[in-house]
Design a protein around this ligand. Structure first.
Ligand SMILES: Cc1ncc(COP(=O)(O)O)c(C=O)c1O
Ligand SMILES: N[C@@H](CCCC[NH3+])C(=O)O
Length: 387
């Protein structure tokens, strides 16, 4: 495996902090997606919001995944990376008219719609352009994803998906919407989901809705069960590839599709999460009354997940020669108290100049960087270019 620890000789002069991507590991995850998902005839649209680095997109495209975009710019980035237009889904709770027009002009596969009003707006814009837009309705399945409350999306009352009362409203209106073709239904229960039981419930709810639409005379071409499969943030080195086999098996066992109906997925984090590490240098050791701080040169500007969701990423000192361990709070340089990566963790004794690897940073890392404090964006490096 082309991990950063085998490339230390090549990275000594790279300015920190930087993102390091292990494309070999990315390939291993994609091999599993292919083996347990694609070969069963499932369509997987990669959720680009997790990581839209062009090199990452290029690798993912080689495995013939489609793209799940949530902005016009993501649609454009998918096209630029070579994803065929008929394999691009455009999702998102608040698509602007301009963004919808980008999707329509490019004849993308489908818009995942999240309100009755959005369906009408797409119909109107498509009409003006002389097009027929394919849509899927995102339905709120009311399934508890048992994940952080900031990233659970499928419960009864939240901004995502159609509230149940709007489903019939859309179905009843369909005959008047001449520029809309309803081709599917869509669900997504949340992110970093580790309970397969939640997916079993989702599959059962998806079956119920599938039957309901058929009872209304609507033959759906696809059922999209979203993404959200979680990764192991605690022991990323033991479990570098998520258990795609068990994940896809849940749907294989549970889904009752009509003949010819396709099953679609939108995975992001599970595909790219473990292949990225944020590499940062120790700037200072500071001793409080009881706490030993390691002040490092990466902060919430490079990886916001700990500050935003109290997420805990595995951290290791990859250059220390010491055999002794110490307990540290690893904190960033930003003027915010929440700018802390981990508190009270054991690391090899660390000193100014040592390099730390913050693991599992391939998803929602680089894409969520900010320039707060006018910091420069971290650059990205790939295993295949080093060593
Ligand atoms: C609608 C939708 N689809 C797919 C995803 C991808 O999720 P994940 O990266 O957790 O697989 C998300 C993000 O949670 C989402 O909101
Ligand atoms: N950005 C979040 C997840 C949100 C997923 C997008 N719907 C994270 O880092 O975990």
């Amino acid at each position: 495996m082309a991990d950063i620890t085998s490339l230390l000789g090549s990275i000594q002069n790279i300015p920190t902090p930087f993102y390091f991507y292990d494309l070999e590991l990315l390939g291993k995850s994609l091999d599993e997606v292919k083996k347990h998902g694609l070969t069963k005839g499932y369509k997987v649209h990669y959720a680009m919001k997790a990581n839209a680095n062009p090199r990452i997109l290029e690798v993912i495209r080689q495995y013939h995944l489609g793209a799940d975009a949530v902005s016009a710019n993501e649609v454009k980035a998918a096209l630029a990376a070579g994803f065929p237009k008929e394999e691009i889904v455009f999702a998102g709770v608040g698509k602007s008219d301009e963004e919808i027009i980008v999707g329509l002009s490019n004849d993308i596969f489908c818009f995942n719609c999240e309100s009755a009003q959005e369906v009408e707006v797409i119909n109107e814009l498509a009409g003006k352009m002389g097009k027929k837009a394919k849509i899927a309705l995102r339905i709120n399945p009311n399934v508890d994803a048992k994940t952080h409350h900031y990233i659970t999306t499928g419960m009864k009352e939240n901004k995502f998906g159609l509230p149940p009362k709007e489903i019939d409203q859309v179905i009843d209106k369909l005959p008047q919407l001449a520029n809309i073709q309803l081709t599917g239904i869509h669900f997504h229960i949340g992110s970093q989901v580790t309970s397969l039981e939640s997916y079993t419930q989702l599959a059962q709810r998806a079956n119920d809705f599938n039957v309901y639409f058929r009872s209304k005379g609507i033959e759906l071409q696809h059922v999209n069960v979203g993404g959200g499969l979680g990764i192991d943030y605690v022991e990323p080195k033991t479990n570098p590839v998520p258990d795609f086999k068990s994940y896809f098996e849940v749907f294989e066992k549970q889904m009752k599709l009509a003949p010819g109906q396709e099953l679609h997925f939108e995975l992001g984090r599970a595909i790219v999460g473990q292949c990225g590490s944020l590499i940062s240098k120790v700037l200072y050791n500071k001793e409080g009354e009881t706490i030993k701080f390691l002040i490092i040169d990466a902060g919430m500007t490079e990886l916001i997940r700990p500050a935003l969701y109290q997420a805990e990423h595995f951290i290791e000192n990859i250059t220390s020669q010491s055999q002794a361990f110490e307990t540290y709070d690893v904190v960033g340089p930003i003027c915010e108290s929440s700018d802390a990566f981990r508190r009270g963790i054991e690391l090899k004794q660390s000193k100014r100049g040592d390099l730390l690897a913050i693991r599992s940073a391939g998803a929602y890392g680089e894409v969520m960087m900010s320039r707060y404090n006018l910091r420069d964006n971290a650059k990205t490096y790939f295993d295949v270019d080093l060593g």
